[in-house]
Design a protein around this ligand. Sequence first.
Ligand code: PMP
Ligand code: GLU
Length: 431
Amino acid sequence: MDIQNDHRFAINLNVRGIQPSATLRINELSNQLRSEGRDIIKLGLGQSPFPVPDRVVAALRDHAHEKDYLPVKGLRSLRESIAGYINRSERMRCTWEDVLIGPGSKELLFILQLAYYGDLLIPRPSWVSYAPQARIIGRSVHWLPTHAENNWQLTAEELDIICRDDPSRPRILILNYPSNPTGCTYTDDQLLAIANVARKYRLILLSDEIYGEVHFEGRHKSIARYYPEGTIISTGLSKWAGAGGWRLGTFIFPAELRPLQDAMAIIASETYTATSAPIQHAAIAAFDGGADLDDYLVQSRRVLKVVGEYLHRRLIDMKVPTQKPEGAFYLFPDFSAYRDGLAKRDIKTSPALCQVLLEDTGIAILPASDFGFVPDQLSARLAFVDFDGTAALALAGGDYAEKPLDDGFINAACPRLKLAMDKLEAWLGEL
Ligand code: PMP
Ligand code: GLU
């Protein structure tokens, strides 16, 4: 087929030549290889291993009959519930009108970039989809430099350097913490310093806090506390309530940014109309919370923390520098100590590393190049989610209710993660 010269394939130049999103590709490839009989350890797609809490599932069942189109910005009672949730957890005073509901925070991030005419600033590394979304829409992306010694985190100084040349340029800064792909988070002092620079240049600060509830110590704090007038909080059900496939995300705006929220709602009204009605009704149960959800979160955090620390320890023992995670379910190991051994096998880039690792061991991870690095940066993202989250929660809240989770817990609840580390260690040892 002559795609170049056939007018039926006049694909928008912003989309031509790019691939479907890396996270979804690795998931589909892993599933395909599994269906062909390969034993694949799925550490590619970052999907919560935990089940949707029972009461939230029951709420969805109870609302399956809800069939009407809902208001574009979302169901009022859900918007009230989310405002209450944010006010409780962040000691803020937002109202239901500040809340926008969408079919996943990913879609809201996309329509934010569509509605706002400005550059996108993102730290390197950042989640796989921010930059491709900007490219599809035709916005400029500026990757902000960070350093491994500083946990790959943005500093206020680096942000200032980028902004000072053209101080009044319209820009959106996306800050995501706990971070996908590193699992690291910011201290209060770091947030305050970044907030001050954001205020100085009147940036739109999109604070992607989708992993906030899975901060291992339950101590996540929003940067909106320090820059309330310019921060949009982004969150949803996907990561802390195990409901990625339900597709429900939310943005919480300061009243000052209402025109931006309204512009996004116009786009929503002409595209997806409104988010699924039964899902919105069910989400009220999740955001209203309760003792059962508190317990679910306490156990989820305990499990993620012990797994993250176990994998971190194993990687350090393999001489693979990795930041210690503080939340979420990701690690960002650096394999460059093995550069010479890898080069002997003609592995010189992170995509080649991930491809050969998958072929040789069945371990699926994503290359650093998908997170904004040049290909020869030999890092990769490992999503530690290939375990049975229902069984892990039961064990943590049962036999381990009164004692710390330990390596015995890992062996019992997460055998495939231990297997991944054993296989990786053997593979690196043979280089
Ligand atoms: N931000 C980050 C950092 C993510 O990892 C994800 C992945 N799900 C999203 C946003 C989008 O989440 P969702 O669309 O499921 O709300
Ligand atoms: N956010 C998840 C990840 O980084 C997957 C979902 C997605 O990318 O849409 O793996």
